[in-house]
Ligand binder design. Structure first.
Ligand SMILES: [Zn+2]
Length: 89
């Protein structure tokens, strides 16, 4: 059965604590490659009640401090061959 892929609005309203197996894939122009952030790490540091919309709006690059150019959400390992991603930003 094909995966049920959530819509962007549904994901933006979803809480980090309900998506602990998911990862965000973040791109910043200061790096040539995307970085993956486990939502479990964000939940541990900032709490489980934040929505993905709040997280996407608050993310800053650890290297240059700028907001990321793009943010995507993926269930499980985002770099696995069959991984799909939902564009948040
Ligand atoms: Zn950067």
């Amino acid at each position: 059965m094909p995966p049920v892929i959530p819509t962007r609005p549904a994901l933006l309203a979803a809480r980090v604590g309900d998506l602990l197996a998911w990862h965000l894939v973040v791109r910043c122009p200061c790096r040539g490659y995307p970085r993956s952030i486990p939502l479990a790490d964000i939940a541990a540091e900032h709490g489980r009640r934040l929505t993905l919309g709040q997280v996407a709006a608050r993310l800053r690059c650890a290297r240059c401090g700028e907001p990321p150019q793009s943010v995507r959400a993926s269930p499980g390992d985002p770099f696995a061959s069959r991984a799909w991603k939902v564009i948040l930003k």
